[in-house]
Design a protein around this ligand. Structure first.
Ligand code: SF4
Length: 119
């Protein structure tokens, strides 16, 4: 499937250490979740920090929707620190955005204090 290949290129080939060429007929919950939630362009924007994450995109949702979680995922079983590519994308984006939000709040507090001092 042509559209599917775009998602594989963005998510699996770049971000997933478990990706195996030729096994494209199976995909994990994170892949399916991202594929049904975002267009390839939105996904690229999300990875590049140009699209703010929707609150419904949470890491725990990804694994709960994934058929690999009980038998085929070492991360879910606690045997590996490396989640799949889709999970890593969401994890990274959430971290970046919370850092950005924290930095923004800090700057706003600094500005408020400066305004108070000028009064
Ligand atoms: S980390 Fe494992 S269980 Fe969670 S979505 Fe990825 S493959 Fe599935």
């Amino acid at each position: 499937m042509k559209g599917e290949r775009k998602y594989r290129d963005i998510i699996c080939k770049k971000f997933c250490s478990y990706y195996k060429p030729g096994k494209e007929e199976i995909s994990c919950g994170a892949f399916e979740f991202l594929k049904t939630s975002l267009t390839p362009e939105e996904l690229k924007d999300l990875i590049n920090g140009n699209l703010f994450i929707n609150p419904f995109l949470e890491q725990k949702d990804l694994c709960q929707r994934c058929d690999f979680r009980f038998n085929d995922c070492d991360f879910y079983a606690g045997h590996s620190p490396d989640p799949c590519g889709g999970y890593r994308i969401i994890e990274t984006v959430i971290e970046q955005q919370s850092n950005r939000a924290a930095a923004q709040q800090f700057l706003e507090r600094q500005n408020d204090s400066a305004t108070e001092r000028q009064r």
